[in-house]
Write a protein that binds this ligand. Structure first.
Ligand code: NAD
Ligand code: GLY
Length: 360
């Protein structure tokens, strides 16, 4: 097992445990629970696979569980309320602990429920997708979607710990594994050129689920994320670089209907948009753009946008983004391969040119 640390102020630092067989190590989990009441939030796909295993290490607790329907389209205030219903029905107190057992959807919803219930209860992330293990479970961004904007309702709220057990990836399908690789590639592109080169050399092993390669990719991704979050927890600066491809990606997710494109797929397409825009600004050259497209392709990810979305729809959706200031669209671009820019105001002429060429 490897242990990384997210370093935060006010005694809020926490460990990320990465390894195999972690779900059955009772002490690993229970050392972070300081209450008798524990609620596990999961969904109807993951619960049949892993809930019982988790419950067997929690026999000494007053346990409740909330099993939500599976899908990005249920990441809403309406379904968030189901968690509050259960906590209140079971009379859970303010010292209760919430465990989010699932992918990014469950992690974001569970974390937000924990942030809100009685103004904040402890929570633990047990991420079960590659995307959640390398990104969403770390750093305390929690929330739900709104029909007009992705992740628009939420809070920064940090967990007590993250337990990333690589064994649970055995049941994850190939499309989901690739979606997680989009966020792994992101770290290489924005700040870790050596990792990007390693990914280029090792993508076939990752796709083939080589355990050693996957463990290395998870660890290196979490190390990058922990460093960025430790430096800028509330995204007043460098943390925004983690959003490379996300402004375009979120527009694709919202515009094509939540759940149609996986988050990682939309990020892959969005990053290719961002690369094209960076080329138009003279920051990348044609070879860089082709290199970026090639690594996403090697990870079996899409790089072209949905045919049915029109240019105006992107601009409209991108106008609702958390990086925007005074309603002005701002995006993360690449100054070079391996170096992201801070949020830049979009040059509308260049944006329009990219959208026209790229989005048709
Ligand atoms: P997801 O949570 O929808 O999970 C993907 C699918 O895999 C679901 O059908 C799920 O039930 C299934 N699944 C999960 N674990 C499994 C397992 N071990 N075996 C078999 N099936 C399994 O999607 P995701 O890609 O994990 O997360 C995407 C979400 O994360 C989006 O809502 C996105 O906005 C959010 N996100 C948040 C952050 C953050 O910093 N908070 C960062 C990136 C993404
Ligand atoms: N996934 C982006 C962030 O955590 O900041």
């Amino acid at each position: 097992m490897n242990v990384l640390q997210v370093e935060l102020d006010n005694n809020r630092s926490y460990p990320i445990y990465i390894g195999s067989g972690l779900l059955s190590q009772a002490e690993l989990l229970t050392q972070h629970i300081r209450s008798k009441q524990v609620v596990i939030v999961s969904n109807e796909t993951i619960a049949p696979l892993y809930l019982a295993q988790l419950e067997t290490v929690l026999t000494d607790y007053q346990l409740a569980s909330v099993i939500l329907p599976d899908g990005e389209q249920y990441k809403t205030l309406q379904y968030l309320e189901k968690i509050f219903d259960e906590l209140l029905a079971k009379k859970f107190s303010r010292n209760a602990t919430l465990i989010a057992l699932g992918g990014g959807v469950i992690g974001d919803m569970g974390g937000f429920a924990a942030a809100c219930y009685q103004r904040g209860i402890a929570f633990i992330q047990i991420p079960t997708t590659l995307l959640a293990q390398v990104d969403s479970s770390v750093g305390g961004k929690t929330g739900v979607n709104h029909p007009l904007g992705k992740n628009m309702i939420g809070a920064f709220y940090q967990p007590q710990c993250v337990i990333a057990d690589a064994d649970v990836l055995d049941t994850l399908d190939d499309r989901q594994l690739s979606a997680g690789l989009a966020e792994v590639i992101k770290y290489g592109l924005i700040r870790d050129l050596a990792f990007l080169e390693w990914l280029e050399a090792n993508m076939p092993s990752l796709i083939a689920r080589d355990k050693v390669a996957l463990a290395y990719a998870i660890e290196r991704s979490c190390a990058n994320k922990a460093e960025v979050v430790g430096e800028d927890e509330f995204e007043s600066g460098v943390r925004a670089t983690l959003n490379l491809g996300h402004t375009f990606g979120h527009a694709i997710e919202t515009g094509s209907g939540y759940g149609h494109y996986l988050h990682g797929e939309a990020v892959a397409i969005g990053t290719c948009f961002a690369a094209d825009l960076s080329r138009r600004l003279g920051w990348l050259n044609d070879i860089d753009v082709a290199r970026i497209q090639a690594i996403f392709k090697a990870a079996n990810l899409p790089i072209t946008p949905p045919a049915e979305m029109a240019t105006e729809q992107y601009v409209d959706l991108m106008a609702v983004d958390k990086k925007n200031v005074d309603g002005k669209i701002r995006v993360i671009l690449l100054e070079a391969v391996g170096k992201a820019s801070l949020p830049v105001n979009v040059d509308l002429v260049q944006l329009q040119a990219t959208l026209n060429d790229y989005a048709g």
